[in-house]
Design a protein around this ligand. Structure first.
Ligand code: FES
Length: 269
């Protein structure tokens, strides 16, 4: 059989369901879409609120803690100590709005999140063996969904942000006034950085970059090592996507509570 004979033709725009097509499933298939909608909606509401707050994103003592929503802090109005050396002057809105597009774009175009929110929000389809809520299907061939192809570029932007957040985590060991200290906040920033790296390195685009388009790994031992290292993370991509999403919000909550004086950043040693 030749390659042409064995190929399957996918017809975009064909009939594939509709709101009136019943499902035979008796289990609680709707539970997963409901959880996805709830968590993603809660995250979007919280992160939008936090991004517009423009305060309580930096702690200067006993160690330096910066909220991941505000790092890097690029506006000249940033709280002293939270700046990274370069700043846009004349930006009077929240500095979080300057950088939001990059982590947001990375998550929004992630293959796993696409699968989740297409199912949960568009019911396209909501679950296996449950009909699509829409009678036609055009895939990701038109604007705006064709923009999902930008994911590989957002991946590189995500690496820069991960590096900066890792720097923040290391900087959180530096005690105000000199010396090294470990606080609960230090550990929170470290866990956040580790989860973000684990999520990003398990990215499908990253795995393809390392192991794709290779005829034989024998000729590319380094790429093979990377690919071997990333593959288990890729297998856990769904778990890491949720864990890193929830933890990045919790990190902002922690920094916010400490910065506002509602919580003390307990010094461990
Ligand atoms: S596929 Fe999820 S981050 Fe790239």
């Amino acid at each position: 059989m030749t390659a042409v004979e064995s190929s399957t033709r996918v017809v975009l725009g064909g009939t594939r369901g509709g709101p009136d097509v019943p499902t035979l499933r008796q289990d609680r298939w709707w539970l997963q879409p409901v959880v996805t909608v709830s968590v993603l909606t809660a995250f979007v509401i919280y992160s939008t609120w936090a991004a517009f707050q423009n305060k309580y994103y930096f702690v200067g003592s006993p160690v330096h803690l910066v909220s991941p929503f505000y790092s890097p802090c690029l506006a000249s109005t940033c709280v002293p100590g939270s700046k990274i050396g370069f700043a846009f002057s004349g930006w009077n809105l929240s500095p979080a709005l300057l950088i939001l597009i990059f982590p947001l774009g990375f998550r929004l175009t992630c293959y796993y999140y696409r699968r989740s929110y297409y199912r949960a929000f568009w019911w396209s389809p909501p679950s296996c063996a449950v009909a699509d809520a829409h009678a036609t299907y055009s895939g990701e061939t038109r604007f705006p969904l064709v923009m999902q192809n930008l994911h590989r570029y957002f991946f590189f932007a995500g690496l820069i942000f991960n590096s900066l957040l890792t720097y923040d985590a290391i900087d959180a060991f530096r005690q105000n006034g000199g010396g090294v200290a470990v606080t609960v906040g230090t550990l929170v920033l470290c866990v956040n950085a580790v989860l973000l790296w684990a999520y990003s390195l398990g990215c499908h685009a990253c795995r393809h970059l390392c192991g794709g388009n290779v005829r034989s790994f024998k000729a590319h031992p380094l790429r093979y090592r990377f690919w071997k290292f990333l593959t288990p993370l890729n297998a856990k991509h769904m778990n890491l996507a949720w864990a890193s999403l929830i933890f990045v919000a919790l990190t902002d909550v922690y920094v916010r509570l400490v910065a506002s004086g509602a919580l003390t950043d307990y010094k461990l040693f």
